[in-house]
Design a protein around this ligand. Structure first.
Ligand code: PRP
Length: 180
């Protein structure tokens, strides 16, 4: 089997236009500034463009999370692989995520960060696949709701490939050449 991005689902221009709208909404809602917390690795591209679409004072931090059995089982086992560099006590925190799928990652993260007493804690996600949800997640800002298709590009990977595509594309499995 081979896998190739076969179709553009969200072209780069639409992504960037929507990010400008999200940035304007965040400007309006956080006049005193905000701490953007991006989830490694996929959200890095979205973070970079979103931060530049925001004009209020912005600080950034990163957190790493790994989950097991995602897509195959609903075990929902999640662990922190890299913690934030600094405390979030009393801060307005906006978690930046590329995609909400089962909701397992963000459900866990909200519970972990919520215990650290931020002043506020909300989520901005570029993509939302509501059909796949297993755990509840309250997403304050959504870029695009998308159908249940395997997408790559703009930070999203398949086996660590395709993160650098400017568009969000659908990856389809297709029969490869018969060898031997
Ligand atoms: C992906 C994506 C989200 C998470 C969403 O991360 O970036 O963090 O899955 O899925 P969920 O809603 O089912 O939890 P992944 O674990 O693939 O890591 P990556 O960002 O390094 O690609």
């Amino acid at each position: 089997m081979t896998e190739t991005p076969s179709r553009i689902l969200v072209p780069a221009e639409r992504i960037q236009a929507r990010i400008r709208e999200l940035g304007a909404a965040i400007d309006k809602d956080y006049p005193n500034g905000v701490l953007l917390v991006a989830i490694l690795k996929g959200a890095c591209f979205f973070l970079a463009d979103l931060a530049r679409a925001i004009t209020i004072p912005v600080r950034i931090d990163f957190i790493g999370i790994s989950s097991y059995g995602k897509g195959k089982t609903s075990s929902g086992e999640v662990k922190l692989t890299k913690d934030l560099d600094a405390t979030i006590d009393g801060l307005d925190v906006l978690v930046v995520e590329d995609i909400v799928d089962s909701g397992i990652t963000l459900n866990y993260l909200v519970s972990v960060l919520g215990q650290r007493k931020p002043r506020s804690l909300r989520i901005v996600a570029l993509l939302d696949k509501p059909d796949r949800r297993l755990r509840p997640v309250d997403v304050a800002y959504v870029g695009f709701q998308i159908p249940d298709e395997f997408v790559v590009g703009y930070g999203l990977d398949y086996a660590e490939l395709y993160r650098n595509l400017a568009d969000i594309c659908v990856l389809e499995l297709s029969p490869g050449p018969v060898l031997g």
